[in-house]
Design a binder for this molecule. Structure first.
Ligand code: GAP
Length: 545
């Protein structure tokens, strides 16, 4: 990633070139919802298609992939967004899927408790904790200083009279909320005590609309896979070990959506539930963890901004014997902060058992079903047998699950950040100009090749259109004849098109065209008849950085 990228520049480019728009923008937008524009939809589709191709469609179940304990099968699923409410009771989301939030009594704003941070400021013996939601370190400093000075009734020039604690701390470290100045006020003590807030969106199924018909939009795609485990086994010939993959929308009523599409309220997940024998589950966990990291590297996220982080024992869920996050140092995060792209979790038999027997009690022994006051299971499971019988050995067991769970929008955002670069390139008159370029891996670039006639006369448009028509069945191609050719190159650089083809005077003589490489800016001449072969080779070759 170029050190030149900032969230501001990225947002501006994404809007200008049609990657991302605010949802319902003409009505002022809706916080936490984003629309993908003509370029964005191509980019995100390419990310999802690369995932599906590499994990499912291109998987060969006859060979043992490097690092895998054995060969395995992969299959897909596409489940509904609204499911039986019991699913969420047994999965634990109904009871446990919440964040803590605080409200401001003065501004009526609501914040996620763990996302508020602030710093201590003291003046004439009074000490207050000034909080902020500003995202960049500079803005956070400026915001807290401005509001603390206002509270102490001081002017900017008197800032030195205040004793500042340099370090910003999370609000949960402060026990006394009466000395806390909320993020949008200048008065201490306006924040309420933290309260639980369930993140699932609620809706009502059918015309009656009472609590009986309440349902939820799924907060993850994973549960659709678990509840279909038996259906997949019974309708296909898959045998353990095998994985079920799903790409689809998930919804979370995030208290404070932020950082563009990084934390939104409607987003897409790409999830695999991989079912295996308990004894080989650790080896499968390690396989998926490493395989998923390599996937990002292969698509261009290589470098010091990508890392794999194993969770320590204190971070692990009670049922998990291993969880790792694949993280990216997004440019909008503070120095040293990392954002999660994907989690790979060893989930044991927790999910299948919960859907069989009822919600397990996570607070006590995960193998105990939570009981109500009459000693009956609090949330009934389906009662269906979700165990597996090995057709060869006859052994019956509840499979263990390894879950690589990725966010399509976060991955797309990381690829955008990594691709962003600025360099110098000559303009039409040969003068060096700053050039913004998205250096996407060719597999995910929205447009693979653009075709231009140098000028709009002398038969050049006709030849260029013929070439465009020839290339279009092979790749997403773009035809452009408007404006100076230098400006057309710049537009393609800004959407990350790896190659631009120009038809010029020489084409009319000898049938050759120029092909300009987005990254090296080199131009070569290739005969029109050899374009498909040339581009096939170049687009498949590893990315030049
Ligand atoms: N089934 C496991 C599960 O859903 P998660 O860590 O909550 O795990 C998996 O979500 C991935 O989904 C995350 O790593 C992230 O990429 C994406 N994701 C989660 N919440 C998101 C949000 N509010 N906005 C965008 N992506 C999100």
């Amino acid at each position: 990633m170029s050190s030149k990228v900032t969230l501001e520049k990225l947002v501006s480019l994404c809007r200008r070139r049609g990657f991302l728009f605010q949802s319902s923008e003409i009505y002022g937008g809706l916080n936490g919802f984003w629309d993908y524009g003509p370029m964005g939809v191509l980019l995100k589709r390419n990310v999802k298609e690369a995932w599906w191709q590499d994990m499912v469609a291109g998987h060969n179940e006859l060979t043992v992939p490097a690092g895998a304990p054995s060969a395995y099968e992969m299959t897909g699923l596409d489940c509904t967004i609204i499911m039986h409410p019991q699913v969420w009771k047994c999965s634990g989301h109904y009871d446990l899927f919440h964040d803590y939030m605080v409200d401001c009594r003065e501004t009526k704003k609501r914040y996620r408790y763990d996302q508020i941070r602030g710093r201590w400021a003291a003046y004439q013996g009074e000490r207050v904790f000034v909080t902020t939601m500003a995202e960049s370190p500079e803005e956070a400093l400026e915001d807290t200083q401005r509001r603390a000075l206002k509270y102490f009734k001081l002017r900017n020039k008197d800032a030195d009279e205040v004793e500042w604690e340099a370090e910003f701390r999370p609000l949960p470290e402060v026990s006394d909320l009466s000395v806390v100045i909320g993020p949008d006020t200048t008065t201490p003590g306006t924040l309420t005590e933290p309260r639980e807030f369930n993140l699932m969106f609620k809706t009502y199924v059918g015309a009656l609309g009472g609590e009986e018909s309440a349902a939820f939009l799924r907060p993850e795609t994973a549960q659709g896979i678990f509840v279909n485990f038996k259906n997949v086994l019974d309708s296909t010939r898959v045998r353990i070990p095998f994985g079920i993959a799903q790409i689809g929308k998930s919804f979370r009523n995030e208290i404070t959506p932020r950082y563009y599409t990084f934390r939104s309220r409607e987003f897409e997940q790409m999830e695999i539930e991989f079912f295996c024998h308990p004894e080989s589950s650790q080896a499968w966990y390690r396989y998926w963890r490493d395989r998923r990291l390599q996937w990002y590297v292969d698509l261009g996220l290589a470098g010091e901004r990508l890392r794999l982080r194993e969770h320590g024992p204190e971070e692990l869920s009670h049922y998990s014997t291993g969880t790792a996050d694949i993280e990216y140092a997004f440019p909008f995060l503070d120095e040293g902060e990392w954002g999660e792209l994907e989690g790979i979790a060893h989930r044991g038999d927790f999910d299948l058992r919960s859907h069989m027997e009822g919600k397990l009690d996570p607070k006590t022994n995960p193998l105990e079903v939570e009981l109500d006051e009459h000693g009956k299971p609090k949330w009934r499971g389906s009662g269906k047998d979700l165990s597996y019988r090995d057709p060869v050995t006859g052994e019956r067991y509840i499979p263990h699950v390894i879950e690589p769970s990725a966010g399509a929008d976060r991955a797309t955002l990381a690829f955008l950040c990594e691709a962003y670069d600025e360099d110098e390139a000559p303009d039409e008159k040969g003068k060096p100009q700053v050039r913004t370029v998205l250096r996407f891996h060719p597999r995910i670039a929205p447009i693979k090749v653009a075709v231009f006639p140098l000028v709009k006369k002398d038969g050049m448009p006709e030849v260029a259109q013929r070439i465009y028509t020839t290339l279009r069945p092979h790749w997403s191609a773009f035809y452009d004849e408007k404006g100076a050719v230098g400006r057309r190159y710049r537009r393609q650089d800004e959407v990350g098109t790896p190659f631009c083809i120009t038809v010029d005077g020489q084409t009319l003589q000898d049938g050759t065209v120029t092909i300009r490489d987005r990254d090296s800016l080199e131009q070569v001449r290739v005969h029109e008849n050899e374009l498909v072969a040339y581009l096939s080779e170049r687009l498949a070759a590893p990315q030049q950085r």
